[in-house]
Design a protein around this ligand. Sequence first.
Ligand SMILES: O=C(O)CCC(=O)C(=O)O
Ligand SMILES: [Fe+2]
Length: 329
Amino acid sequence: MAHLTNAQVAQFEAQGYLVVEDVFDPAQDLDPVVEEYTSVLDQLAQELYDRGEISSTYDDLPFGKRLTQIYAESGKVHAQYFDFSLPQKNIQADTPMWVGPAVFQVLRNGKLLDAVESLIGPEIYSNPTQHVRLKPPEHLCPINEETGNVQLGATPWHQDTGVVTPEADKTEMLTVWFSLWDATIENGCLEIIPQSHSEGLLQHCHARGGMSRGFGLHIPDELLRAEDCVPLPMKRGTVLFFHRLNCHCSLPNNSDNIRWSFDLRYNPTGQPTGRGAFPGFVARSRANPASELHDPEEWANLWYEARSQLSQIENPTYNRWKADDPPCA
Ligand SMILES: O=C(O)CCC(=O)C(=O)O
Ligand SMILES: [Fe+2]
C-alpha cells in the first residue's frame, strides 16, 4: 500500500505539488513499459525503412540512441506514434497511437492509485488528458521549418487547467508525472512554482518569440513568479503529483540521451474531464468495484472507436485562448 501520510496531503494542499519517492518499483512496474515501447520502436523503424525514409532500422543501438537517430535521419519527431492519446486536431482514421497493455497496467497501478486516492478520494477516473514524452537531445532534434524551433523541446510555462476546456475548471483534476528513466536538470526535468495553485488561472498566450522556456501555448513571464521556481530532478520510481493550477514547465534536454516521461491525470468520477471527446475510464471505485475497467483490450478499443468517430467530424477545440487576448497581442 502506498497511501500518503497526512503530512504529505497537507504539503500537497499548501504547496500545490508533492514529490513521493519509490511509489513504483522500477523493475516490476516500469520495465514492462520500456519493453513494450522497444517493440513499438521496432515497428516504427521497420515502417520508415520500408518507405525508404531511413537507411537502417538501427536495431543494434540502445533505445534512446536509436530513437534519436531515427528522428534525426527521417527529419521528423514521431511523437504521436508512441502517444496513448490523440492529437488535438486533424485526427485521421489511421492517426498512429500506442495504447498497449503495459501502458494500461501503469494507469491502473495499485500503488499509484493508493496515492491518488489519498489526494482525490476513492472514486478515481482516469482522465484522457495524458501523454508519453520522449524528448530527443535538443542538439540532435529535427527542426520545425516554419518556426525554426526544435520539433519537440522544453515545455513552456503553463497550468494544466489552461489546456482543457472551461467545463473542467472546477474538476479536481490531479496531474501525475514520472519519468521512465531518471529526469535530471541536464536532460529536462520539470520546474514548478510553489503555491502558484492558489493564485487562480492565469492568462495563457499562443507561441511567440522571446519565450523563456520552449515554444507554444504559455503563460507570459511577466505574469509568473519565475524567480521562485524550483527544478525537480527525479529518479525512476519517484512520482510528482500536482494541482491543476500549479504553474510548471520543463527545462530543455541538453543531454546526449532522451528524456522519457509519462504524464497522467485523474479526477473524481463524474466530473467533466475537459476532453469530452476522448475516452477515460473508472480506474478505482470503492462504491462500485464492478464499474472499474480491468481489460487492456477494452481500453484500447475505446481509443480506436474515438479515433474513428473523430476522423469523421470537425474536431472540437480544447483551447480557450485567443491570439489577441491582452497581454498576448
Ligand atoms: O513533461 C513535460 O515536459 C511537460 C509535462 C506537463 O506539462 C504535465 O505533466 O502537465
Ligand atoms: Fe502540464
